[in-house]
Design a protein around this ligand. Structure first.
Ligand code: ADP
Ligand code: MG
Length: 275
């Protein structure tokens, strides 16, 4: 199936796994940057109160004016929350620690699961002319993650190569099924990407075999190696693609971006440079 990206608004992907430390934020930042390098216009929405994606792109907590908190709880329009990053072409909707209270604050709000969905579909968002919106989810299946899934076309799941890697997936799959049933019947699974792989390590090989046997084509061909450059880049406030463009981590995220664009080719843009 080939969806033409951008034909009817951007393709929206939740980067989600309720386990912490599996590579969600690393994937969100670097896949977003890779898609930009490949010619896409991309917005990264940081939906984790910890704000690692924002910090990793150079937006320290004190420097964020409006945040996803304002977007969800104060109805600030997306165009007023979005900031440009140093990585040219990559836009960011920064997060705020205040988001951690969203679940409680929204308990009596009838539209509480649809806040991000509505914010991303507000008409002025078209002016941003986006091809992709990637949502970096918190490490939980909270209301914030539900908002991401309700707003998304598909979920991209980073899976860390470790013991019991697949065990946590059933909870995530149940949540996806519940979101499909209650709010977003079209929600798909974009794919599972194996992260922190060490090709020479037996455990990594076992996890790969298990994942491919159980999940089949849902597992991306591209696997992300364990690469120290990936863990260094955020402290330089950059994606690895600019921090060390030739690193194995950068190459891997480029390959993942290419795999996604093969499924969802970019529409051709005509003469937009003129305006
Ligand atoms: P999550 O967002 O799921 O909590 P992160 O992306 O923040 O996970 O990754 C957890 C830690 O592992 C971070 O310190 C990150 O820099 C590091 N990390 C993630 N992916 C890799 C990788 N492929 N190689 C080396 N370190 C990685
Ligand atoms: Mg994270």
């Amino acid at each position: 199936m080939h969806d033409l990206v951008g034909a009817d608004g951007p393709r929206i992907l939740s980067i989600s796994n309720q386990k912490g430390g599996v590579g969600k934020t690393t994937t969100a930042i670097n896949l977003a940057a890779a898609l930009v390098e490949l010619g896409a216009r991309v917005l990264l929405v940081d939906l984790d109160p910890q704000g690692n994606a924002s910090t990793g792109l150079g937006f320290a907590p004190g420097e964020r004016e409006k945040t996803t908190y304002d977007l969800l709880l104060d109805e600030a329009p997306l165009v007023e929350v979005v900031v440009s990053t140093e990585f040219s072409g990559l836009l960011l909707c920064p997060s705020s620690a205040d988001l951690s209270s969203a679940d409680i604050q929204l308990v009596s709000n009838e539209k509480r699961s649809f806040l991000l969905h509505d914010a991303l579909r507000e008409p002025r968002v078209n002016h941003l002319d986006l091809d992709f919106i990637l949502i970096d989810c918190p490490p939980s299946l909270s209301l914030l993650t539900i908002n991401a899934m309700v707003a998304s076309h598909a979920v991209l799941v980073p899976l860390q190569a470790e013991f019991f890697a697949l065990e946590g997936l059933s909870q995530l799959m149940l949540t996806i099924r519940e979101v499909r049933r209650s709010a977003n019947p079209g929600l798909r699974i974009e794919g599972v990407v194996l992260t922190m792989m060490d090709g020479r390590n037996r455990l990594s090989q076992h996890v790969e075999q298990d994942a491919r046997a159980t999940l089949g084509d849902l597992v991306f061909k591209t696997m992300i190696p364990r690469n120290v450059r990936l863990s260094e880049a955020p402290s330089y406030a950059q994606p690895v693609l600019s921090y060390d463009s030739a690193s194995k981590g950068a190459e891997a995220y480029r390959a993942l971006g290419t795999e996604i664009l093969q499924r969802h080719p970019l529409r051709t843009r005509f003469k937009q440079e003129i305006v």
